[in-house]
Design a protein around this ligand. Structure first.
Ligand code: ASP
Length: 440
């Protein structure tokens, strides 16, 4: 018999009725033994996620803004009391929220505060399913650099094997300092993946509010094609580029063990969904591009110098300038006498860009150094791309026929993607142009 780990995201935990629908899904399959949950998310457009309310509480506490703290905490309390009312049972939410409030006022910290949405949601789901609650701090561990500690999988197996079934809160674990520590936003997906790997699940089901992974963001392209199957690497590339169905780091725990992920829709549980597997069985001749995604707000710093190729240590010196400031780069396209660095605008605010350019000038004395701000990166991703002659020609023809100027080109060395840099305002049109060429 197989073993499935199910992760229910924020919209699948948003109110009591949806939680009951999720419980029904879990109970309908005896293989669904370990359940990871997110905090209640948005119930409707304009609603606020519990996690966002918790961050607001923590911020208000830090600033000593008592009024905002009280008002926001009240909203959180109402969310959980409403869930109890919708389910028609009490789970001790009022008392648990009193404890949470006391801890926050005791200085428990931002991560503790932010993690409580998952904690309380998991307590509810465990009661509804009548199975044990196991806290994530019992096995999800971070190392001194804040990265996931490998011991997590061993501990996870040890702790979870004691239970036939269990509910675990997503999004957090125990930091190196012994305090609650969260993953980055949307990190409940990583928690689900950790549980799947710890228990060597046969399938990791990620229950959300869409019926799978689409070839493009439906907010950008009208009714895009659903991808039935894609590889871990294709998923990583697409989610990194802004396709936000799954957290881009969530494949790492399951990848080495080859555990497939299935994206499923809590609101349409009979839909087939999307399978994410080690090696896709899709016909690469028929499916040239698997998906197209884009991300805005990057800056390109380009350097030119004659004989750059022969100058030992040139790139290292340039990278040292940003490395010293703790700034990472996203891409590094280069030629014989040119190199460019693509950096997220978030790192370059408040005059940092000008300082970096000056430091690079001093470090390597380029013939020319120039910047291009407000760039969007658009990636076409798919194993079929290198296996089909003429793919880049088709891609660039489609972009140019749409009247879009390409500022930068980067063909990934994985031969899995072609990334183009365009002006921010051309991002949507560029995605549409590539989609029309390869999917219509
Ligand atoms: N609740 C967290 C967030 O909103 C984590 C998650 O939902 O996965 O980011």
């Amino acid at each position: 018999m197989g073993l499935k780990v199910c992760k229910f995201g924020g919209t699948s935990m948003a109110d009591g009725n949806i939680i009951l629908a999720g419980a029904k899904i879990i109970k309908s399959d005896a293989e669904r033994r370990y359940v990871v949950v997110s905090a209640p998310g948005k119930r409707f457009g304009g609603d606020i996620k519990v996690t966002d309310l918790l961050y607001k509480c923590s911020d208000a506490y830090e600033k000593g803004d008592k009024l905002t703290f009280e008002e926001t905490f009240k909203k959180i309390r109402i969310r959980f009391l409403n869930i109890e009312a919708e389910i028609g049972r009490t789970f001790g939410m009022d008392e648990m929220l009193d404890e949470v409030k006391a801890e926050i006022l005791n200085g428990a910290g931002e991560d503790y505060c932010a993690s409580r949405g998952e904690y309380l949601a998991a307590r509810i789901m465990a009661e509804v399913l009548e199975i044990p609650f196991v806290d994530a701090t019992e096995f999800v561990r971070f190392d001194k650099d804040g990265a996931l500690d490998e011991i997590t999988f061993e501990l996870g197996k040890k702790v979870l094997s004691k239970y036939e079934r269990a509910v675990i809160p997503g999004f957090y674990g125990l930091g190196f300092d012994g305090k609650v520590k969260t993953f980055s936003r949307g990190g409940g997906d990583i928690s689900g993946s950790i549980v799947a790997r710890s228990m060597m699940a046969t399938l990791y089901e990620n229950w959300t509010d869409v019926s799978g992974f689409y070839a493009c963001d439906p907010r950008i392209v009208n009714s895009p094609k659903l991808i039935e199957e894609l590889s871990y690497q294709e998923l990583r590339e697409l989610s990194y580029m802004g396709a936000n169905v799954l957290h881009s780091e969530s494949i790492f725990p399951v990848r080495s063990a080859g555990i497939p992920i299935r994206i499923c829709n809590t609101f349409r549980p009979d839909d087939a969904g999307t399978y994410i597997v080690k090696t896709s069985t899709r016909d690469v001749r028929a499916n040239v591009v698997t998906g197209v995604a884009g991300k805005k707000d990057f800056t390109i710093i380009s350097l030119e110098k004659s004989m750059m190729n022969a100058e030992v240590g040139f790139v290292a010196k340039v990278l040292d300038v940003i490395g010293k400031r703790g700034i990472s780069f996203e891409h590094l396209p280069s030629g014989i006498d040119t190199m460019s660095l693509v950096i997220d605008n978030a790192h370059l605010k408040d005059g940092v860009l000008a300082e970096i350019v000056e430091e690079m000038r001093q470090a390597v004395h380029p013939d020319k150094i120039y910047t291009h701000e407000n760039i969007a990166l658009v990636a076409a991703v798919g194993y079929g791309m290198v296996r089909n002659v003429g793919t880049s020609a088709r891609l660039f023809k489609a972009i140019s026929e749409a009247g879009i100027n390409v500022v930068m080109i980067d063909q990934g060395s994985s031969e899995l993607n072609i990334i183009v840099g365009v002006e921010n305002e051309d991002c949507g049109a560029c995605i549409n142009a590539i989609y029309r060429e390869f999917f219509n």
